[in-house]
Design a protein around this ligand. Structure first.
Ligand SMILES: N[C@@H](CCC(=O)N[C@@H](CS)C(=O)NCC(=O)O)C(=O)O
Length: 81
Protein backbone atom coordinates (compact mmCIF):
# COMPACT_ATOMS: atom_id res chain seq x y z
CA UNK A 1 0.00 0.00 0.00
CA UNK A 2 1.28 3.46 -0.89
CA UNK A 3 1.20 6.32 1.59
CA UNK A 4 -0.33 9.47 0.22
CA UNK A 5 1.84 12.57 0.42
CA UNK A 6 -0.01 15.77 -0.42
CA UNK A 7 2.23 18.50 -1.80
CA UNK A 8 2.34 21.58 -4.00
CA UNK A 9 4.99 22.19 -6.67
CA UNK A 10 6.05 25.49 -5.12
CA UNK A 11 6.41 24.28 -1.53
CA UNK A 12 10.08 24.04 -0.43
CA UNK A 13 9.18 21.88 2.58
CA UNK A 14 7.45 19.43 0.24
CA UNK A 15 10.60 19.33 -1.91
CA UNK A 16 12.70 18.40 1.14
CA UNK A 17 10.43 15.42 1.86
CA UNK A 18 10.22 14.42 -1.82
CA UNK A 19 14.02 14.57 -2.13
CA UNK A 20 14.38 12.38 0.94
CA UNK A 21 12.03 9.80 -0.58
CA UNK A 22 13.90 9.82 -3.92
CA UNK A 23 17.37 9.80 -2.38
CA UNK A 24 16.47 6.66 -0.48
CA UNK A 25 14.70 4.91 -3.37
CA UNK A 26 11.43 4.80 -1.51
CA UNK A 27 9.18 6.06 -4.33
CA UNK A 28 7.35 2.73 -4.48
CA UNK A 29 5.93 3.38 -1.00
CA UNK A 30 4.55 6.86 -1.65
CA UNK A 31 1.99 8.46 -3.88
CA UNK A 32 2.89 12.12 -4.37
CA UNK A 33 -0.31 14.10 -4.85
CA UNK A 34 -0.31 17.71 -6.03
CA UNK A 35 -3.21 19.57 -4.45
CA UNK A 36 -3.16 22.22 -7.18
CA UNK A 37 -5.34 19.80 -9.14
CA UNK A 38 -8.99 20.17 -8.18
CA UNK A 39 -9.76 16.48 -7.62
CA UNK A 40 -6.64 16.13 -5.45
CA UNK A 41 -7.56 19.21 -3.46
CA UNK A 42 -10.99 17.72 -2.76
CA UNK A 43 -9.36 14.51 -1.53
CA UNK A 44 -6.90 16.49 0.61
CA UNK A 45 -9.70 18.52 2.20
CA UNK A 46 -11.47 15.35 3.31
CA UNK A 47 -8.37 14.16 5.18
CA UNK A 48 -6.59 17.29 6.32
CA UNK A 49 -7.25 19.06 9.59
CA UNK A 50 -4.86 21.96 8.96
CA UNK A 51 -4.35 23.81 5.69
CA UNK A 52 -0.70 22.88 5.28
CA UNK A 53 1.58 20.81 3.06
CA UNK A 54 3.49 18.57 3.06
CA UNK A 55 0.86 16.29 4.54
CA UNK A 56 1.49 12.57 4.82
CA UNK A 57 -1.44 10.25 5.45
CA UNK A 58 -0.64 7.55 7.99
CA UNK A 59 -3.40 5.14 9.00
CA UNK A 60 -5.93 7.53 7.56
CA UNK A 61 -4.68 10.47 9.62
CA UNK A 62 -2.75 13.53 8.45
CA UNK A 63 0.82 14.09 9.57
CA UNK A 64 2.30 17.56 9.07
CA UNK A 65 5.77 19.11 9.46
CA UNK A 66 8.47 18.05 7.01
CA UNK A 67 10.91 17.08 9.75
CA UNK A 68 8.32 14.91 11.52
CA UNK A 69 7.45 13.26 8.21
CA UNK A 70 11.12 12.54 7.48
CA UNK A 71 11.57 11.16 10.99
CA UNK A 72 8.54 8.90 10.45
CA UNK A 73 9.96 7.73 7.10
CA UNK A 74 13.34 6.95 8.69
CA UNK A 75 11.71 4.96 11.48
CA UNK A 76 9.41 3.11 9.13
CA UNK A 77 11.85 2.19 6.36
CA UNK A 78 15.01 1.06 8.09
CA UNK A 79 16.87 0.25 4.88
CA UNK A 80 17.48 3.90 4.15
CA UNK A 81 20.78 5.72 4.16
N1 LIG B 1 7.04 23.84 9.29
C1 LIG B 1 6.31 23.30 8.16
C2 LIG B 1 6.10 24.40 7.16
C3 LIG B 1 5.20 23.98 6.03
C4 LIG B 1 4.67 25.17 5.26
O1 LIG B 1 4.88 26.32 5.65
N2 LIG B 1 4.01 24.87 4.17
C5 LIG B 1 3.37 25.90 3.41
C6 LIG B 1 3.63 25.72 1.92
S1 LIG B 1 5.33 25.95 1.54
C7 LIG B 1 1.89 25.83 3.65
O2 LIG B 1 1.27 24.82 3.47
N3 LIG B 1 1.31 26.93 4.12
C8 LIG B 1 -0.09 26.96 4.43
C9 LIG B 1 -0.76 28.12 3.84
O3 LIG B 1 -0.07 28.90 3.19
O4 LIG B 1 -1.98 28.24 4.03
C10 LIG B 1 7.07 22.13 7.58
O5 LIG B 1 8.28 22.02 7.82
O6 LIG B 1 6.45 21.28 6.94
Amino acid sequence: MKHKLFVTKMCPFCKIVERHIKKNDLEEYFEIIDINEKANLDEYKKISTVDQVPCLVVDGKPMYESLDIIKWIKNTYKKIK
